[in-house]
Design a protein around this ligand. Structure first.
Ligand code: BGC
Length: 991
């Protein structure tokens, strides 16, 4: 097996083309950035100090190859895997900033290290930064200029913080609506995602920050992401996510991250077909391929196309690679989970290594990072790492905040506005007329959780404060919802009785002294890992703590659990006899834990426990990864992480509790809390009373998007439901006051059983650190909503692509292909069963992603793709379609007019229908988005829009021919304001 993607001739042209003259430091500092894009945006980001930009590197291909050949083997192998940053303390003005990845470079040759920051919602380091709106909000803007500003903002901030690579944008598409990371995507349509991603790439790289498109490919789900195989055919692959990756690559993206999941059984980072054949050969990608963190499984992933293993060498170790280069590697037989690998000779290993290093160096050259080498314009006689001047972080802050606000306002998607209840006026708020509700009105839901979560600068304004400021009146706030609950009182707890012989506790005879007393039994246990379903061992070594009774679990402040110790709290919880309902939420609040679990009534049922992974939870580090409802809002304990277990308990019902925590490197704090039904009913009753006495209500609701898990697991209906009792709250408030405006902070679709009971619905997504101000501006009409849905909002869970409408049994246990996939026979070994799931269900929809699925099945969603209202109105007229000679595409032109009385933005969308001439094996969408534009017009103003549709957009991918086939013949072209609202139509003959 050899890696036949060695530098192609195209690279020669790319590097040989116009070789800039050697520059002096002064000349370099004066260079202007030539951006690929043409941004027209607020002053934000446009005025950023620029670096010497992208594509300015002066090294030729022979010089790059010469650098590779001068490296020692350990220097080469050091380039192909991540490591801990050993130089941050000395080279960064701020010291170490906790970037996600680092490779050391080769200082001896003047090659600097590469630092890599997470994204895509900004720059994610261990300190505060500008938190931009979640990318799904950017997608809702349908605004390519905003995407360019988004990229530029990240680009400058990334460089200012010592970073060289941005692990973004994420262009996996929303294939089903409960994906944990949907908020990080650019929506469900590949054309939309590609157009925006291309501008993000251009913007970021114009500042000298290398963009990394992720996750290549088909990582559009979180549950089982490390093992699941996506079964996908060639046409689907080419006509869905690959479209967006291609656009990003054409925009010059320097890097691509391969994904955790498998594609047709083979791990994304070891897939010769998708990396070498498609990415390298078909799409001519010349940058470097980096693995997702831990996504490399074999050393052979290197010759199969991965250039860097992250976060460190697990497979691409220096020793193993040196051995492979010296001796080659033998053939490896197939296993249940891996296909067979042929023998690879030592020289083939060396060639693969050289190629990987060449990819990294050629990308660094594009980013102007090799000018301190012997061939660079900043060579001073001795190779010394040199990087272009970095902007000053503080000087970016104001511009970046302005960009965050402007993009959040752009993203505002108005889904309902009956009787024009919006925008609000100051008169609405007079005499206590306006009441604001919902926990995220005061604790801004600015970003989703996981590696995309950026900790924003302090001092950003909450929606409630911003509303008060614009209302210029006393606006009251009523939570309506209890996010944090309270510490479980000792009256509800009783210590375990050894005489009960409950099998899931480990009690000593001495513990009988506490039996039945109010509280839980606290025991010190060892920090050893506990096998699933097993009991932790009691800590019996000298110095261990004696068992004791804790009346409540409230170990905060000074009463903490020492670092590197482990504890267990056991006993019974008895629901009060008169709780006012049966719906309970148990909550664990904890910080600095290596791990923590709460088991309810046993050890084995995953559904009956809370698991909280390691979080060294200081607000400045990983704590930043928590979504808003995963962290405490209790002002007395702001640094605690929280997790919730919702359950039903009858009056007086008893459950067995087993709470464990292992403290990390610092002492842990832990609390056991609950939200009793009474709290919920009281919160709703108070909200209803407040709603009754108000003119208008603005109620904030949220969902929880986070990396690592999909919402609702395999229960799509639960995943699509607003968490907790928010639906009950909205329904009750709307019944009390029909003038209710719901503001959604969600990362993707939710079901809205109350949709017709409220007057207005405004989707603000996760709007970033300036989201409070942006939301208030939209509510009060200072900004006019112009966002459009980048994802379809279903009316019911069974409309989504996770339910096969032809399936006789759609229950979760049925045998129809459904999310989260099925375990099936091994594709490699006859008779063996795979040990991973195959998402035949997920891709059973094939090319029919998003709105195409709803169109194909002829079901009406709640709100269609591309839909959104405005405070003004628009008309379209004079549709004309002309074929273009140069590329055999079409130009679609029409007039758009603002027919209302306010300035506003509209997004006319162009869709194309099916071709009668394609072979029947090629599937076609009823209507496919092929063009859009975001247009801002004053009242009465009109503009002619012309959108170009390329030949490839008029084509379908033929898996049999392995190429695009033009869809000729008569085809419908529509212009409309959503996928379901065609307003102009013409038939065009494609030849
Ligand atoms: C995520 C990537 C991220 C990486 C580094 C992974 O778990 O999937 O998107 O860039 O971690 O933090």
């Amino acid at each position: 097996m050899s890696r036949n993607d060695a530098p192609p001739p195209a690279l020669l042209q790319r590097f040989g083309r116009h070789r800039p003259a050697r520059r002096t430091a002064v000349a370099a500092a004066c260079l202007l950035v030539v951006s690929v894009a043409s941004p027209v945006m607020s002053s934000a980001a446009v005025g950023h100090p620029t670096t010497s930009g992208w594509g300015q590197g002066t090294l030729t291909k022979p010089e790059l190859l010469s650098l590779v050949s001068q490296m020692t083997l350990p220097e080469e192998t050091g380039m192909v895997h991540g490591a801990s940053d050993t130089t941050c303390a000395t080279t960064l003005p701020e010291g170490c900033v906790g970037e996600a990845g680092w490779i050391p470079g080769v200082p001896r040759l003047g090659i600097p290290p590469l630092r890599m920051t997470d994204g895509p919602a900004g720059v994610r380091l261990s300190h505060v930064e500008t938190a931009l709106p979640a990318p799904v909000g950017l997608a809702a803007s349908f605004d390519t200029a905003a995407a360019n500003v988004y990229g530029k903002t990240v680009g400058a901030a990334g460089r200012a913080t010592g970073q060289d690579v941005w692990l973004g944008p994420m262009i996996n598409e929303v294939n089903y609506p409960t994906g944990g990371r949907n908020f990080e995507t650019l929506g469900e349509d590949p054309y939309l995602a590609g157009q925006l991603a291309a501008q993000e790439v251009a913007g970021a790289q114009s500042q000298g920050l290398i963009a990394e498109l992720k996750h290549y490919i088909e990582n559009d789900f979180e549950n089982g992401r490390q093992s699941t195989s996506v079964a996908i055919d060639g046409q689907t692959l080419h006509e869905t996510e690959l479209v967006a990756f291609e656009a990003g690559i054409k925009a010059g993206a320097g890097s691509v991250m391969c994904s955790y999941n498998r594609i047709n059984s083979v791990y994304g980072c070891g897939d010769n077909d998708t990396i070498i054949k498609i990415l390298r050969q078909q799409l001519a990608f010349t940058g470097f391929v980096q693995s997702d963190w831990g996504a490399v499984h074999k050393m052979t992933d290197l010759p199969n196309g991965v250039d860097i293993e992250q976060p460190r060498a697990r497979n691409f170790t220096d020793a193993a690679l040196a051995d492979a280069v010296a001796n080659g590697t033998p053939a490896v037989a197939a296993t249940a989970d891996f296909p067979a690998y042929p023998a690879i000779s030592g020289s083939q290993w060396k060639q693969a290594l050289d190629t990987a290093v060449f990819h990294i160096l050629s990308t660094m050259n594009e980013a102007d990072l090799l000018e301190g080498t012997e061939y660079g314009s900043h060579f001073t006689g001795t190779p010394t790492p040199w990087v272009p001047a970095r902007p000053n972080l503080a000087s970016l802050k104001a511009d970046d905040a302005a960009a965050a606000q402007s993009i959040a306002e752009d993203s505002a998607t108005l889904l309902r506005d009956d009787d024009h209840i919006l925008p609000l006026s100051q008169a609405d708020a007079r005499n206590g007329g306006l009441v604001v509700m919902g926990p995220t009105a005061i604790a801004s839901y600015y970003g989703g959780g996981g590696s995309a979560h950026v900790t924003p600068y302090d001092g950003s304004t909450s929606p409630y404060d911003a509303i008060k400021a614009l209302a210029n009146a006393d606006v009251s706030y009523m939570p309506g919802y209890d996010l944090d609950g309270q510490v479980v009182p000792s009256t509800a707890l009783s210590a375990p009785d050894p005489a009960e012989n409950y099998p899931n506790w480990t009690l000593t005879p001495a513990d009988a002294a506490f039996a039945g007393q109010p509280g839980l039994l606290r025991q010190q246990i060892t920090t050893d890992a506990v096998a699933s379903g097993a009991q932790p061992a009691l800590y019996t070594a000298a110095g261990g703590a004696a068992d004791e009774l804790d009346p409540t679990i409230n170990d905060t402040g000074n009463s903490t659990l020492p670092a590197n110790t482990a504890w267990r709290f056991t006993g019974l919880l008895t629901a009060p006899t008169n709780p006012g309902g049966t719906s309970w939420q148990l909550k664990v609040f904890v910080n600095n834990q290596a791990n923590s679990q709460l088991f309810i009534d046993g050890l084995t049922t995953a559904a009956r426990r809370i698991n909280i992974g390691a979080y060294p939870a200081t607000p400045s580090s990983s704590y930043a990864g928590l979504s808003e409802s995963a962290r405490s809002h209790d002002p007395a304990n702001p640094a605690l992480q929280q997790a919730t277990y919702s359950t039903t308990l009858g009056p007086g019902q008893q459950i067995h509790l087993d709470l464990r925590v292992t403290a990390g490197g610092q002492p842990s704090q832990i609390q056991l809390r609950w939200v009793p039904p009474d709290n919920q009913t009281t919160a709703i009753a108070n909200a209803v009373a407040a709603a009754r006495s108000a003119q208008k209500v603005v109620l904030f609701a949220y969902d929880d998007g986070t990396e690592g898990s999909d919402r609702g697991g395999s229960d799509q209906s639960a995943g699509l439901t607003l968490p907790g009792y928010q639906n009950d709250l909205i329904a009750a408030v709307a019944a009390a006051n029909p003038n209710t405006v719901v503001v959604l902070n969600t990362g993707d679709p939710v079901l809205m059983p109350w949709a017709s009971a409220v007057r207005a619905i405004l989707e603000m997504w996760y709007p970033g650190q300036e989201g409070g101000t942006a939301t208030a501006n939209v509510l009060f009409g200072k900004a006019n909503p112009g966002g459009r849905l980048p994802v379809t909002f279903p009316a019911a869970a069974n409309q989504t692509p996770m339910y096969d409408p032809n399936c006789p049994d759609t229950s979760a246990t049925g045998n129809c292909p459904m999310y989260p996939g099925v375990v099936g026979p091994s594709p490699f070994l006859a008779g063996a069963t795979t040990s991973f799931r195959t998402i035949t269900g997920m891709k059973v929809n094939g090319i029919y992603e998003g709105y195409r699925w709803y169109d194909k099945n002829n079901v009406a969603p709640l709100f269609p793709f591309g839909y959104g209202l405005s405070y003004t109105s628009f008309s379209y007229s004079k549709l004309r379609v002309e074929t273009t000679r140069s590329d055999r595409g079409i130009d679609v032109s029409f007039i758009i007019r603002n027919t209302g009385s306010r300035t506003g933005s509209d997004v006319p969308e162009v869709y194309i229908g099916t071709s009668p001439n394609l072979p029947s094996g090629i599937r076609q969408a009823v209507a496919k988005l092929v063009g859009f534009d975001r247009v801002t017009l004053a009242p009465g103003q009109a503009r002619k829009i012309t959108l170009h549709v390329t030949r490839e957009q008029l084509s379908s991918w033929s898996s049999t021919a392995g190429e695009w086939v033009a869809g000729t013949g008569d085809r419908d072209v529509w212009v409309g304001s959503s996928s379901r609202n065609p307003q102009l139509h013409v038939t065009v003959n494609i030849t």
